[in-house]
Every structure is written in C-alpha cells, then in structure tokens.
Design a protein around this ligand. Structure first.
Ligand code: ADP
Ligand code: ZN
Ligand code: ZN
Length: 726
C-alpha cells in the first residue's frame, strides 16, 4: 500500500503530493495525520490518498513512520474541498488543510482532557473491610446514599486519597476515565416557541432544493425563526447544519437563542473561545455529538457530514471574505459544500449585497422575501436632518437641534437612546463645512483619502494624488474639515450636556478584554435613562425595548470611504441601525444627520426602499465600470526588504503589461503604485491594480496568478474585488 501525503509546512517547495509506502500490516485511513521522513528531518503530513501502486521506483520510496492521531481528522469531503480551493484561490495545499482543523491541535498543544469517576462495584458487599478503617467506611456510606451516582475526583477531593486508593485495590470502588468536554459558557434562557406566520411558512416550504436561496427579509421579519426551522427540519431528517453569522453579531443573545432551542446539539466556533473549548467543540461536531455548527466565517469548515442546510446570515457583511492569507470567500466554500451534500444554501439579509441581489434578478439565486416585521410593527420613521442648515442657523456642534430635543425627551421620560457613528477603518476625508463639497478622484469617482504623513489626498483605486484642500473649489470657503468624528468626542460631548445620565461607549477601544462587550450591554440594559454611543458594533442583533431614539451622527462618514461599495454599506448600516429603534410598543424614531441630504442613498434608506436603491446602484456600477460589472484584481507586494519588493513588482509589472496586448479592451485599467498604506507591520507595500471586463476575467486572473507564482516565493497576495483598499 502507498499513500499520497501533503507535508504540513508552509513552504512553496513542499507544496505538492509526496508518495510514501505504508508498512505492511499498518492500518491507515485517508485524512489521517502521519509522521514521515523528509530529507534528514521527520515532518508531519496528511494522507490524502491510499493506493496499491506507486508512480515511482518502489525501492526509493520511504516508509511512513506512524500516525499522529487515531482518527482521520480530514474527512473525505474536505479533501475535495481542498482541491477546489487550491484551484480557485491558488493556495498552498497545507495552508488549506490547516483551515480544516483547530489550529492548536496542529501544534499538539491541545489534547482531550479526562476526569476520573468512581462508583461501587457490583459485588462490593462481599468484600470484607475492617471496621477500624473509619475513613473507608465513611466513603462507602456516601456512595450507598447515592447508589446510582458516579462521583468525580473533584467531588471526592475532601476524602483521604489513601482511603480511596485502598478501596480501589480491594475492588470495592471502580474508577473510570471519562472524556470531559470544555463547552463555552452561554447564558441560558427559556426557549420562546412561536408559530411561523404565512410568509415564514412559505419560506420554509420553498427552501428545500439543492440550490442557493436569497432570503431578503426586513429587520425584525423573523429570519432567525426561519433559520431555526430549517435547521430543525435537517435534524429531523438525520442531517446536520451549519449557520454562519458575522463575528460582530455573534452576540450572547444569538448563542443563547440557539442553545435554548437545540441544547447540546449546537457547537459554537468563534474567536472568543479558549483553545481547549475550540478543540472540544470541533470534536463534538466531528463525532456527531453535535450536529449544528454555529460560528463566524471559519465555521464553514466544520467537520460535519451529511449536511441538510447551510445558512449565511447577514450575507452582505464584508467579514465573510478573509482578508489575510489564506484568502477565501466564504460563500464560494458554502456553495461547494451545499452542492457536495445536495442541500440548500440560504443567504439571509435585510440588505443583500448588490452582487447577490443581482444574481437573484438573473435567476442564479432564488429570491425569497419576508417584507414585513414578524410582530406587525411598522419600521421606525427615519428623519433626515440637513447639517448644513444647522450651520447656517449658527449651530456648529455635533448634534442637530432635532436630535438634542429628542435626547432631552428620552432623558426626561427615563428611556434609552443609541447614537451611532458610521466609521470604518482609520481613513478620513476632507469636506467643506460650508457647502458639503467632498474631494473626489477625477478618474474614479470615489472619495479621496486624506493621508496625514505626507499631507496629501489619495485615491485608493488608481493611486492618483492630489493637494490637500485649503479652499473649497465649489464655494471658496476656507472652512475645511479634516478627518472624522469619533465615538470618544461624541461621548464627551454628551457627558457635558447630560452630566447625570449614564453615557456608555462601545467600540474597538472599549471592548478589548473578554466579556467587556457583555458588561457594557448589561449596564445599558439596566440603566434608565441611558445613551449608548457606538460604531458598527451596536448596529446588530440587540433587542432593547426602551430604545426609542436612534441618532446617526454623521451618516456621510461611511459614504466617503474610498471604496466603490461605500454607498451600499451605508445603506445597509442605516437599515440595520434603524432596526434597533422601536422594537416594543412605543414607536421609535431615527434621526439621521448628514451634510449631503440629497444623496440618493438617504432617500432610499429613509423609505426602506431596497429595490429602488438596488436599481440605482446597479446602474451606477455599470456606468462607472465597477463590480459586479467588472473584476478588480489587486496584487499586493509586501516584504521587509524594500529593494526586493520593488524588483519583484517591476518583473511582475512587465509581464502583466504584456497581457494588455493579448487581452486588449478586456483590461480597463492597469497600473502599479505604492500601496495606500506604504508600510505595515514593518513591511513595504506596493501594488498592481487591474480592472477587467467580465468575459475574460477568469482567464486574466489565472494568468496574473501564474505570473506571480512563477516569480515569487511568498510576499505577494492577490485579491479579487478586495473588501478594503488599504
Ligand atoms: P430578523 O432576524 O429578521 O431581524 P428576528 O428573527 O430577530 O428578525 O425576529 C424579530 C422578533 O420577532 C424576535 O423577537 C422574534 O422572536 C419575533 N418573531 C419571529 N417570528 C415570529 C412569529 N412568527 N410570531 C411572533 N413573533 C415572531
Ligand atoms: Zn482614482
Ligand atoms: Zn464649499
């Protein structure tokens, strides 16, 4: 017997299948980790194929030394998935396999833990013990009082160890080792049983085939309830399920909802778990003790077989695309697994990505709609406030008079408010505070980003650079705003206005420690009046009945990110944030402050008109030649050695440039430049950007990959339609 083995090393030279001989009588399975001799080292690898014949000279083939675990940690489906990913994303085989198992397991750092349990033997009464052995008698009495109970080592820790030992030796007590699962803590609550309404029931009836469904449901339409029913159906059929949520909305609420419905059938996989918890949850899935995997992006690799449904909630979220190597698009993987298992893939959202909705209009996805809230409540009214007007009226503060009036009302009535700041990353724009003019790229029609280090405005799509504004080109005012408003300044301003009110802040800076999220939220939940200030983090999933006002301080901040998706993201955020207001009996209201009140995104968002927005945005993308009508390919070069990257860039640039002759008009844009962030983690960054038409996009992409593969070992990352242009 021979085995094809992938060496678990992140090196390009080892990125292929190696053949080894399986010693006679040795039991190996496909997917097992093994130790193999390699040169003069012993390395770990994965068996991906077993066969009877050998492609090489049999006498030169070395023997496999041993297996690492006693079970195949990579299942059959995952070996096919590995091949798919290698082909699609040009990733190294070992780096793909590493995604499939808990990282700590690879380094041998986590192991199963066991605890010893004790019980009385069947014939313990026949065994003599001296009545003077008081301690032993005491222990026997304890066990007799709880005759069916197994006592753990911990429970017996107050008894003399020597007494226990001698009872074991006599055969009165029996000791058994039991594997202990480290399970993540989840707040328990009562399961709220609801009857599906007609639209939810319809969704459940429709979603059953081996294809992709786009579940478009307004906030509060009860999508989660549909997901739970889909999962319950899969379990009833003896199948398993994966449900993905963005990391940011993996709130304790979501987790306890699922735990209370499905109990121990649920395993959670997310970044907040300890290594031991991750390992044990993974094993519970692997061994089918748990049949539902819930988690962020990487839970798509859950070791489940026989999937009955895969769900991606908030499918529009950018966190479903991994930004660091190994790069992959979660939806591609979900699609592969759904097709492999012949089950439905459900993409759910109140604001689907333009890309997904377009696929639904083209019939590539089947659209399923939930157009009204499950509790029958209207969506809260969104009022647009023109901040230019405020300035003209002499109010140049952060808050408009309307928002202030509403906040006073909240405070006087001992209710709650949320103030949302639409801020992404650290980039900032330049804006005229008198007329609202925003500096945009003359080539690309995206906002320019202000770079403080060299005091310039830059376009993240074409690399063009512009002088900073000192005077507004439109109204000649010199009242130019640099940068953006942050959560801290908003919180401080509120504390000055309302010194006696609980003002809480939630953003990346205030949630660095474990459970800090939960602490802030529970403090908010228990305070009246209270105002919670936050970023994207407060936009999702939280149900607070007393929140009657949601303020969006500077809605434009997200709009003027140098990103062709910034309008789409702004639409989505406004919708999500608005969904936080008026969840209970009191009518909620949203105050949206903007310097560009006429921007189409606000018109559509304030009317909850997703379809109108989609048509407009689709049109704009087509005219401006952005995805989904084109493909953007970014080749990022990053290395500690600047000369090395520059050289590499030059070589690749020259070769890619030749593609222009071959593909002609298919390549709309091509250039090389320093990356917007020129140095990151001490690596110098350069990039080549291409934008191509769709007809030959895959072919061009493959050629670019080949050129890069040929010329570099590491240091180069290729991204398709990157989520982030820094
Ligand atoms: P979404 O995920 O679409 O924003 P949720 O699933 O969070 O919406 O549902 C919003 C609220 O409506 C939840 O409190 C949920 O318990 C409730 N709900 C869902 N379906 C029903 C139903 N059929 N009848 C009554 N309440 C429901
Ligand atoms: Zn540009
Ligand atoms: Zn101006």
């Amino acid at each position: 017997m021979f085995a094809k083995v992938i060496i678990d090393q992140d090196a390009k030279a080892l990125d292929k299948e190696f053949e080894y001989k399986v010693p006679d009588g040795y039991e190996l399975e496909i997917g097992m980790r093994v130790l193999v001799p390699f040169g003069n080292r012993i390395l770990q690898g994965f068996v991906i194929e077993l066969k009877n014949d050998c492609e090489f000279d049999e006498n030169k083939i070395k023997n496999i030394i041993s297996n690492v675990d006693d079970f195949p940690c990579i299942k059959k489906e995952m070996i096919s998935l590995m091949k798919f990913m290698a082909q699609k994303y040009h990733l190294k085989l070992a780096s793909i396999l590493r995604l499939f198992i808990p990282s700590q397991m690879r380094e041998g750092k986590v192991k199963d833990i066991f605890e010893s349990y004790y019980h009385l033997s069947e014939n313990y009464k026949d065994i003599q013990i001296k009545s003077s052995a008081k301690k032993q008698v005491e222990i026997i009495e304890l066990f007799e009082k709880n005759i069916t109970k197994y006592f753990s080592q911990t429970e017996l820790k107050d008894f003399s160890q020597s007494a226990i030992k001698s009872l074991l030796e006599k055969g009165i007590l029996i000791k058994e080792k039991v594997k202990i699962n480290r399970t993540p803590f989840v707040i328990s609550k009562e399961d709220k049983k609801v009857t599906l309404n007609d639209m939810q029931q319809n969704a459940l009836n429709v979603i059953k085939e081996n294809k992709t469904y786009l579940l478009h449901g307004v906030t509060g339409s009860g999508k989660t309830e549909v997901y739970m029913h889909l999962i319950a159906r899969a379990l009833n059929e003896g199948k398993s399920a994966i449900m993905l949520v963005p990391e940011i909305s993996l709130t304790p609420q979501i987790m306890s909802n699922f735990k209370s419905r499905f109990g121990d059938s649920v395993a959670l996989l997310h970044s907040g778990l300890s290594a031991g918890e991750k390992f044990d949850e993974w094993k519970r899935l692997y061994s089918e003790q748990a049949k539902i995997a819930i988690g962020a992006r990487s839970a798509i690799f859950a070791p489940l077989e026989n999937l009955g449904v895969i769900i991606i909630d908030e499918e529009h979220e950018s966190s479903y695309v991994s930004e660091s190597n190994p790069r992959f698009v979660t939806c591609d993987i979900a699609d592969f697994r759904a097709r492999y298992n012949s089950c439905p893939l459900v993409l759910g959202s109140a604001t689907p990505s333009i890309d997904s909705y377009r696929k639904a209009t083209q019939g590539k996805y089947q659209l399923v709609e939930l157009p009204i809230r499950a509790n029958g409540k209207e969506l809260p009214r969104i009022q647009i406030v023109d901040m230019m007007n405020e300035i003209r009226m002499g109010n140049s503060g952060i808050f408009s008079n309307q928002l202030l009036a509403e906040l006073y009302n909240v405070v006087n009535n001992k209710k709650q408010a949320m103030i949302f700041i639409n801020r992404r990353g650290y980039s900032s724009f330049m804006r005229c505070r008198d007329c609202g003019y925003i500096a945009k790229c003359t080539n690309c029609d995206v906002s320019l980003v202000y770079h403080k280090e060299d005091n310039r405005l830059k376009c993240h799509y074409c690399g063009a650079q512009f002088k900073v504004l000192t005077k507004c080109p439109s109204c000649h005012s010199d009242n130019i705003q640099y940068g953006a408003i942050g959560t801290e300044s908003v919180t401080n301003a509120l504390k000055e206005i309302f010194p006696d009110v609980e003002i809480l802040r939630m953003d990346n800076d205030t949630t660095t420690t474990k459970n800090s999220h939960q602490k802030i939220l529970s403090k908010f939940a228990n305070s009246r009046p209270a105002i919670l200030v936050g970023t994207q983090m407060i936009a999702k999933g939280h149900d607070f009945d007393d929140v009657i006002i949601v303020g969006i301080v500077d809605a434009d901040q997200g709009l003027y990110q140098a990103d062709y998706r910034s309008t789409e993201r702004t639409f989505s955020l406004i919708t999500q944030v608005a969904g936080r207001a008026g969840r209970s009996s009191i009518e909620g209201k949203v105050i949206l402050q903007t310097y560009s009140p006429k921007h189409y995104v606000y018109k559509f968002a304030s009317n909850y008109d997703y379809k109108g927005f989609f048509r407009k945005e689709e049109n704009i993308r087509e005219t401006a030649q952005f995805p989904p009508f084109t493909k953007i390919i970014r080749v990022l070069f990053a290395d500690h050695d600047e000369n090395y990257v520059r050289n590499l860039l030059k070589i690749c640039y020259n070769e890619i440039e030749k593609l222009k002759d071959e593909f002609g008009e298919q390549i709309i844009y091509f250039d090389a430049m320093k990356s917007p962030i020129k140095r990151m983690q001490n690596k110098y960054r350069y990039q080549i950007l291409l934008r191509t038409k769709l007809e030959k996009a895959d072919e061009i992409e493959n050629r670019v990959f080949d050129i890069v593969d040929k010329n570099s070992k590491n240091s180069v990352f290729i991204e398709i339609n990157p989520q982030n242009m820094t």
